[in-house]
Design a protein around this ligand. Structure first.
Ligand code: ADP
Ligand code: MG
Length: 343
């Protein structure tokens, strides 16, 4: 559905140059909910604005549904853009117009008949659950309701793609949930391909099936979300996923503990990541028995990613040096990622 090839974009601000995009390639399939994550300044907004060419890349190509749109004329591009809806952090509604008028506007541009517009606006208001707000002004709506109006407006031209740039970042957690649920519903109901830009890992965790991680204008990792959470390969993604698991908080606490007093002479302090099903503690008990080591759990947590559990455990393993090493080797063979945090 979307293919970005080797995009570059450099901004010049006086004598300063910022490489906002530094050779970005990524592929989004039809009906994906694709998350683009990264810290502030990573280039996410620049990237998403390149998908509908609101921003022109300096080089590279943007291929939408098989067509290279960087080669399109303005007129062709206008048609392409109609099929790509976009929503933003601050909603961008017209304050002097009612909800109905905000939604009717993109349809008026299409020279649709009054009756047609009436029907379409009714449909999309119903879809986002705001039928009773059609004559209200944006100032009379809550943040969540405003974002629903913005989503409805983005749907007016029956887009194939919806781009979302931090659309939940100004909302409280509960409202964020309800907007994410709406996006998920639209994805299923309309087969809508959604690209979600966010600096909040929790948003990606909740609804994306795939993700790309951006760092300093580059995509450092992309693919299936579960794979990325269970086995992050770069420092940037490790930091991000650790954040979603609250591992950074745990590590902060652990820094204040005297690990040596826990591990003793031969013990090791480990971070274990378990994938998929299976009771983690039963697995731990078996390893302890099999290798005659003591395993104490210091901290444990389980996250559900795409309906599959990922368990994180911080443990101390004690026993003879050989037994501890054999236990670690065994765990590595049985679907567990083991990091040794202290010898
Ligand atoms: N219009 C612009 N002019 C100059 N610099 C810009 C412009 N837009 C973005 N930048 C710079 O490009 C980099 C990437 O910005 P952006 O794409 O907004 O990142 P993100 O959305 O990940 O926070 C930042 O260093 C930002 O300051
Ligand atoms: Mg941004």
């Amino acid at each position: 559905m979307i293919e970005l090839r080797e995009l570059t974009k450099t901004y010049k601000a006086g004598s300063n140059e910022v490489k906002a995009l530094d050779g970005v390639s990524l592929t989004v399939d039809r009906a994906d909910i694709f998350g683009v994550v990264g810290f502030s300044g990573a280039g996410k907004s620049t990237l998403i604005r390149c998908i509908n060419l609101l921003e022109r890349p300096d080089s590279g190509s943007v291929i939408i549904g098989g067509t290279d749109i960087t080669a399109q004329t303005e007129k062709q591009l206008e048609k392409t853009r109609q099929k790509i809806g976009m929503i933003f952090q601050h909603f961008n509604l017209m304050r002097s117009k009612t909800v109905f008028e905000n939604l009717a506007l993109p349809l008026k541009y299409q020279k649709r008949s009054k009756r047609d517009i009436e029907i379409k606006v009714g449909e999309i208001l119903n879809l986002v659950g705001l039928s009773d707000k059609r004559n209200n002004y944006p100032s009379q709506l809550s943040g969540g309701q405003k974002q629903r109006v913005a989503i409805a407006r983005a749907l007016a031209n029956d887009p194939h793609i919806l781009l979302s740039d931090e659309s939940t970042s100004a909302l409280d957690p509960q409202t964020t949930d309800s907007i994410l649920e709406l996006l998920q519903k639209l994805n299923k109901l309309l087969n809508l391909t959604i690209v979600i830009i966010t600096h909040e890992m929790l948003v990606v965790k909740q609804i994306c099936n795939k993700a790309a991680f951006m760092d300093k204008g580059r995509v450092v990792e992309q693919g299936d979300l579960f794979d990325m959470f269970s086995n992050p390969r770069t420092e940037a993604t490790k930091k991000f996923t650790a954040n979603a698991f609250d591992i950074e908080e745990v590590q902060k606490i652990l820094r204040n503990i005297d690990i040596k007093s826990l591990t003793g002479e031969n013990g090791k302090f480990l971070h274990l990541v378990f994938l998929g099903d299976g009771a983690n503690d039963a697995h731990i008990t078996k390893v302890a028995r099999k290798f005659a080591v003591d395993i104490s759990i210091i901290y444990g947590g389980i996250e559900i990613i795409q309906s599959r559990p990922i368990g994180n455990l911080f443990v101390v393993v004690q026993g003879t040096g050989d037994a501890v090493n054999a236990a670690i080797a065994h765990m590595r063979l049985t679907n567990t990622h083991v990091s040794v945090l202290s010898e």
